[in-house]
Every structure is written in structure tokens, then in C-alpha cells.
Design a protein. Structure first.
Length: 211
């Protein structure tokens, strides 16, 4: 696994402050979504580091807390944190993204400071997919979209498939609607690692706690 491939997968998490912009913006300003999303994605992208061709060692689970909300999850290593704001009519929504690279891909969660029912979860998922292309990572589609609940909160799960410069990729995503926040959980990586990615995502979902 090259450093470039790990960084691209982490960029998917780091830039997710932009990825849901298309779904969050009101329809009256939807035409501005691509330009705004691209701008936020550019500022959220991780800073390049020296090239490394070595695989990462196994990482121990680390309890990761979003201090403003108290939302926590167990991640397979120390998370990199990215912060940003999503433009909305009359203001913006602060967002914090906690992502970890793994030998199989990347995993993490994001917290959006807005009532979860402010937009339909289906729109948040569509915004994620529409804006993903703006990061230059290739195409992304959703499959097996299904509604569920998490501790009584509405949630939406979907499988992800992608095609980019490095070949086929797969992942899983969940949006959770809380009274005060929209929460996203995401795991993504090479198609060849699909079983390991499924296990990583399930561990993320099992450990995610919303006060």
C-alpha cells in the first residue's frame, strides 16, 4: 500500500465537511453548492507528508471524543481531526471530522452542529455522493440503502462503491439524526479488503455513542 493511497482514503474523511453540502443547502441556493463544496474540500484536505511505502502496523482501539457534543467512538488508532463549516442560508454549520488510516483503508465519524431532522437523511446521503466527485476521488454510488434506528434515533445506512485512479473501492456509511446533531459514520477502502472493511465499520457502529 502506498502512502498516496492511504492519504486519498483519509482525504475522503477529512473533506467530508464538504461532501454533504449538496444535501444541506436549501434548494434556493443549491446552484452554489459545487463551488462552495469545492472550496471547503480544498481547505479540509490533509497536508502532504513524506512518501512511505511501508504498511501500517495494527492499531489499538482508541476512544475518540468530540468535545462539544460528547459523542464518542472507538477508532483503530489516534484520530486526525479536521474542522470546517458548511455554508447555509443565513449562516453556517460547524463540522468536526475524526478519521483514522488503517492498513485496509480509512474509518471515522463526523459531527455536524445542526438538528438532525433539519434535512432528510436521504438528502444528506445524496449530497455526500454528489459532492464526492468534487474531491477528485472518482465516481461514487450507493447501494442497499435502508432506514433503521439507533437508540430510537432515525438513521440511514448505505453501501458505497467507487471507481477511482487506484481501482475499485467499497465502503459503508451511516447517517444518524439526533436532536442537536447530524452524525455520520464512514468506512472506505479497496474492494479487495471488503470483508475487513465490513468488520471495521461494524466495530465503529457498535462503539458510537451519542449522549
Amino acid at each position: 500500500m502506498t502512502h498516496r493511497s492511504r492519504t486519498q482514503r483519509l482525504a475522503l474523511l477529512s473533506a467530508s465537511t464538504a461532501l454533504v453540502t449538496g444535501g444541506l443547502l436549501p434548494s434556493a441556493t443549491a446552484s452554489a453548492a459545487p463551488a462552495r463544496a469545492a472550496a471547503v474540500a480544498a481547505t479540509a484536505a490533509p497536508t502532504p507528508t513524506p512518501t512511505s511505502t511501508s504498511s501500517q502496523p495494527a492499531q489499538a482501539a482508541v476512544k475518540t471524543t468530540d468535545p462539544p457534543s460528547g459523542i464518542t467512538a472507538q477508532l483503530p488508532g489516534k484520530a486526525e481531526v479536521r474542522m470546517g463549516a458548511i455554508p447555509m442560508a443565513g449562516g453556517s454549520v460547524d463540522t468536526r471530522v475524526y478519521g483514522v488510516e488503517t492498513p485496509d483503508g480509512a474509518t471515522g465519524f463526523a459531527v455536524y452542529d445542526m438538528p438532525g431532522d433539519q434535512i432528510p437523511l436521504e438528502d444528506a446521503l445524496k449530497g455526500f455522493v454528489d459532492a464526492y466527485g468534487l474531491t477528485g476521488g472518482g465516481t461514487l454510488t450507493t447501494e442497499n440503502v435502508r432506514k433503521t434506528t439507533v437508540d430510537g434515533r432515525p438513521a440511514l445506512d448505505a453501501d458505497l462503491t467507487g471507481e477511482g485512479p487506484e481501482g475499485p473501492a467499497v465502503g459503508s456509511i451511516r447517517f444518524i439524526s439526533d436532536d442537536d446533531h447530524l452524525v455520520m459514520a464512514l468506512t472506505y477502502g479497496p474492494e479487495a479488503k471488503d470483508k475487513d472493511l465490513d468488520a471495521t465499520h461494524q466495530q465503529l457502529l457498535n462503539s458510537l455513542q451519542i449522549p
